[in-house]
Design a protein around this ligand. Structure first.
Ligand SMILES: [Zn+2]
Ligand SMILES: [Zn+2]
Length: 129
């Protein structure tokens, strides 16, 4: 009889311990989730802050807002280049440095490749923090 009782008590203790364990695990998962959300938010903010100084739109990997490199190192989106160009000279809206636009300005392909990945990542609602 007393043996059975002891077993019951032991069993309860074990149950209590595993509940504590479960609670701790849940807490850990919650903490990890918060950390991931913070990291994603920071990446997304960095991505969205990559804006054209002309129209303030976030640059895109392709299309009207893909980034064109100016001589000074700043970039304008494709649609803003003609807006800031007088005759064949594009005036950077950040520092007013002139870029001669003889042919089409080059797209920064490496940045466009990163933008494409970020667009893909944040087009998935699951990853919007
Ligand atoms: Zn623009
Ligand atoms: Zn500039």
């Amino acid at each position: 009889m007393s043996h059975g009782r002891a077993r019951t008590f032991e069993g309860k203790a074990r149950t209590f311990k595993s509940e504590q364990e479960l609670r701790r695990q849940r807490q850990d998962i919650q903490t990890q989730r918060e950390r991931l959300r913070t990291i994603l938010r920071r990446i997304r903010n960095a991505y969205l802050s990559l804006k054209c100084p002309g129209c303030k739109n976030t640059f895109t990997s392709k299309g009207n807002h893909c980034l064109k490199v100016l001589r000074c190192g700043h970039s304008l989106c494709k649609v803003c280049v003609p807006v800031y160009t007088v005759k064949c000279t594009c005036f950077c809206p950040v520092d007013n440095v002139e870029t001669i636009v003889e042919r089409k300005l080059a797209t920064n392909k490496q940045v466009a490749a990163i933008l494409e990945r970020l667009e893909l990542l944040f087009s998935n609602r699951k990853y919007i923090p």
